[in-house]
Design a protein around this ligand. Structure first.
Ligand SMILES: NC(=O)c1ccc[n+]([C@@H]2O[C@H](COP(=O)([O-])OP(=O)(O)OC[C@H]3O[C@@H](n4cnc5c(N)ncnc54)[C@H](O)[C@@H]3O)[C@@H](O)[C@H]2O)c1
Length: 293
């Protein structure tokens, strides 16, 4: 029985995700923690640190009841049955893989902190951040080596919400993905989502498929925008109108019309960061042709 959930990282993903969970699970205490005091103060104030349609209403409906924002990271992690980790995973700027690989320093420090703060029982640790495939293996090693009599189960539950439609996406997700090897832990998290997500929209996979699916989905989206941008250049050279061409192409149900707007490149930091991370994984895996593609 889950009594308390904690999310490390009160950012763009952690804040809205946990606010919606608190709304849908009024009997579960939900605490979002962050090392940044000003960020926590903003979540507790009148002006939330991010704007998303509908977010104010959700936060104000549950804050102080079963939704809390706190800087007291270790205490809340220690008490929680489920710990979500939603810290930032930017592209590395130096060292091995600079410019391509994801920087897992924040994640590793969060994992060490979870192991150090947890003292008894079982704990489910959920990867919410977008991470390179097989990160869970490294996370498990950190947790096991630093544990004090606690058994940890690691799950991958990447977030597919998009900025601008975060609350709507979280309330009615097109899919929820849970990867894990411990069936009981997977079921525990699935039961949380089942309170508002239809069962057919909850996909369970192995850990590595879940980690990789998120990167693959963003790479497909990036590729789609790159394709329409290439056609746009050809339109300019030939007198065709890219809006008209995109509409005709998108009417084919195998292609679909969404996400076919030409622009200056692909927007949103995640598409570029996650595609680079996938390229790096291909290179490290001895797959230069896949990386080049
Ligand atoms: N922003 C999006 O639309 C989006 C969508 C899907 C997935 N993601 C992924 O989700 C993850 C989080 O993204 P975000 O946009 O929420 O990032 P963010 O930068 O908005 O928030 C991350 C927060 O984590 C905190 N933090 C870092 N290390 C910490 C630690 N050890 N203990 C406590 N707090 C710590 C930071 O202070 C920061 O407030 C990334 O992996 C990102 O790729 C983002």
């Amino acid at each position: 029985m889950v009594k308390k959930m904690c999310c490390i990282g009160a950012g763009y993903v952690g804040g809205p995700t946990m606010a919606v969970m608190a709304l849908k699970c009024p009997d579960i205490e939900v605490v979002v923690v962050d090392v940044s005091g000003p960020r926590i103060d903003a979540w507790n104030g009148d002006h939330l640190p991010i704007f998303e349609p509908g977010l104010d209403e959700v936060v104000k409906a549950r804050r102080g009841k079963n939704l809390f924002f706190a800087a007291d990271v270790e205490r809340h992690v220690a008490d929680a049955d489920i710990v979500f980790v939603s810290v930032n995973t930017p592209t590395k700027t130096r060292g091995l893989g600079a410019g391509k690989a994801a920087d897992l320093a924040y994640w590793e420090s969060a994992a060490r902190m979870i192991a150090g703060a947890s003292r008894s029982g079982n704990k489910v640790v959920v990867e919410k951040s977008t991470v390179p495939v097989r990160t869970a293996e490294a996370v498990e090693k950190i947790l096991v080596h630093n544990a004090h009599g606690v058994e940890f189960q690691v799950l991958s539950n990447p977030e597919f919400m998009a900025e601008g439609t975060a609350v709507a996406d979280l309330l009615r997700p097109d899919r929820v993905l849970i990867g894990g090897r411990d069936a009981a832990a997977v079921q525990t998290l699935k039961d949380v989502y089942l309170r508002w997500v239809p069962v057919e929209r909850i996909i369970t996979t192995n850990l590595w498929s879940a980690e990789l699916s998120k990167l693959a989905a963003n790479a497909f989206l990036a590729q789609r925008v790159s394709s329409v941008n290439a056609i746009s250049a050809l339109c300019e050279a030939t007198g065709a109108d890219v809006t008209e061409v995109a509409r005709v192409v998108g009417e084919d149900p195998r292609i679909g019309g969404r996400f076919l707007d030409a622009g200056v490149g692909f927007g949103g930091s995640c598409l570029q960061k996650d595609t680079l991370s996938l390229v790096y994984a291909c290179e490290c895996g001895g797959l230069p042709e896949a990386a080049g593609y």
